[in-house]
Design a protein around this ligand. Structure first.
Ligand SMILES: NC(=O)c1ccc[n+]([C@@H]2O[C@H](COP(=O)([O-])OP(=O)(O)OC[C@H]3O[C@@H](n4cnc5c(N)ncnc54)[C@H](OP(=O)(O)O)[C@@H]3O)[C@@H](O)[C@H]2O)c1
Length: 163
């Protein structure tokens, strides 16, 4: 989930039912059709999520759970690149931190019970994959994320919050 094209393609080829969690449903639908032309038997769904909004993340998780789908692999791929200028999420949190960390953490947390249930029933251990950047070293080594100043524009360092 929250996938890019290459990952979706490979997982679908391997027989996985892939749910693409995307903010642009029209673009996601187009990609789905493109992949289905090459792999007519692939199981691909598109569902809307905006990691910039906790409300949207909650709606996604609720819709996913209400469909009764299992969940064995969660791939938190989406991310905003460091070139992003300082701005706020829908919840008034610095946007890069909100999208790259909080939105994905909330999503994972909301889907954790579904993952545990799937693992128990399938007897296959689940996997949560968080994509990140080598830039994380900079933040960790220098302890540069100051959480209580996360919304302070003067302290903003896009390369630290990106990690
Ligand atoms: N490319 C690199 O060199 C590199 C290096 C280090 C780490 N990474 C990591 O690899 C992952 C993917 O990077 P990439 O280069 O493939 O980036 P990308 O091409 O910019 O793709 C990022 C994806 O995130 C989605 N996204 C952005 N904001 C979102 C939001 N608010 N809600 C839902 N989806 C959102 C984008 O959706 P839209 O299609 O709608 O824009 C896009 O599909 C990221 O986690 C990144 O940190 C990449």
């Amino acid at each position: 989930m929250v996938l890019e094209k290459g990952t979706t393609c490979v997982l679908a080829l391997c027989g996985f039912h892939v749910v693409m969690a995307v903010r642009n449903v029209a673009a996601g639908g187009k990609l789905k059709e493109e992949l289905l032309q090459k792999m007519p038997n692939a199981r691909i769904d598109v569902m809307e999520i905006d990691l910039n909004s906790m409300d949207s993340v909650r709606k996604f998780a609720s819709a996913y759970i209400s469909r009764g789908l299992p969940l064995n692999i969660l791939i938190n791929n989406a991310g905003i690149i460091p070139a992003t200028k300082f701005t706020f999420s829908k919840d008034n949190i610095e946007q890069v931190f909100a999208v790259n960390h909080l939105g994905q953490f909330l999503l994972t947390n909301l889907l954790l019970d579904t993952m545990k249930k799937t693992a128990r029933e399938s007897k296959i251990e689940g996997r949560i994959i968080n994509l990140s950047s080598d830039l994380h070293r900079r933040g960790l080594e220098k302890e540069r994320i100051i959480f209580y100043e996360i919304n302070d524009k003067k302290r903003y360092d896009q390369f630290i919050y990106f990690i």
